[in-house]
Write a protein that binds this ligand. Structure first.
Ligand code: R5P
Length: 294
């Protein structure tokens, strides 16, 4: 087996290769003057299983094109099987037609990844689990919630509560909380006017307690900022923000911290300075345990 490091996930790819005890290929990547992507994998695969690790984080389109090139080239260079590891799956939030005539972008991305040569795919906490049904080939969505929970356990939080940023993320909050015996709840959204939304904890009293707000993605930070403000209003002791995918666009990290959050804790599905939890163990475990691994 050979792990191929996409340029969006160099550290994660190295961690996965280490866990699997297999070589790591670091492709050469250049831009042509007209912005096209040049990739040279520089290895032959002679019947090996190639594992391409490439997050489709921003710049999403460039990282997707690189992923397609790596998958296709690995096959072309003789890989027996090619696994796409896409720890953060870009375009996943455009998973339906919200307005008539819109592209269902994530469905198109699934088709393109398969067409480029992926025989199977692993991702982590994709926005909605049912997106995986778009793949005809084996495709698995792994949860990083237990890894975040185990990290939080080491922080020795005071009477901790894990709060999902919305009801849809309650299972994720539970998956985090159960790892260190914390309570969990979710924030409730109430539409006050056509534009204004107030969130509050659904059932738990959080006064004087350390609160971890969990979401799948922090992108602009708007959701987390609003959640932190509410949690502060309900007199939480310390506030932590945790997410699987730290997209953290622009000045969002600053905004989240300014809203009263002590620390942002994230995974390396997107490599960022907040990425203190690695998803390498669950990826390596899934690859090792898969029926096609050799
Ligand atoms: C929404 O459905 C997601 O779970 C996140 O809450 C959202 O993507 C976060 O985005 P932002 O940081 O821009 O509020």
């Amino acid at each position: 087996m050979i792990v191929i490091a996409g340029s969006a996930s160099p550290k994660l790819a190295a961690r996965v290769a280490k866990q699997l005890g297999c070589p790591l290929a670091k492709p050469e990547l250049k831009r042509f003057p007209d912005s096209e992507t040049y990739v040279r994998v520089g290895a032959e695969f002679g019947g090996e299983h190639a594992v391409v690790v490439q997050s489709t984080r921003p710049p999403v389109n460039d990282n997707l094109i690189e992923l397609f090139l790596l998958l296709d080239t690995a096959k072309d260079l003789g890989a027996r099987r090619v696994t796409a590891v896409v720890p953060y799956f870009g375009y996943a939030r455009q998973d339906k037609r919200f307005k008539p005539g819109e592209a269902v972008s994530v469905r198109t991305m699934c088709k393109l990844i398969e067409r480029a040569g992926a025989d199977d795919l692993l991702t982590v906490d994709i926005h909605e689990d049912w997106i995986m049904k778009n793949f005809a080939t084996p495709a698995y969505n792994l949860s990083a919630a237990p890894l975040i929970g185990r990290y939080l356990a080491k922080l020795k939080l005071h009477d901790p509560v894990v709060l999902a940023a919305d009801q849809g993320a309650l299972q994720r909050a539970k998956g985090v909380a159960v790892e260190f015996g914390a309570d969990h709840d979710h924030l409730e959204k109430t539409r006050l006017t056509s534009t204004k939304v107030l969130t509050k904890p659904k059932r738990l009293d959080i006064a004087g307690r350390d609160v971890v707000i969990i979401d799948d993605i922090i992108s602009t930070g708007a959701t987390m900022v609003e959640a932190a403000r509410v949690v502060k209003r309900y007199r939480a002791r310390r506030i932590y923000a945790a997410c699987i995918h730290p997209v953290l666009a622009g000045a969002s990290l600053k905004k989240v911290l300014a809203a009263g959050v002590q620390r942002v804790i994230a995974t390396d599905t997107i490599e960022h300075r907040t990425s203190v939890v690695s998803v390498a163990p669950i990826l390596a475990g899934a690859i090792r345990g898969s029926p096609w691994a050799a």
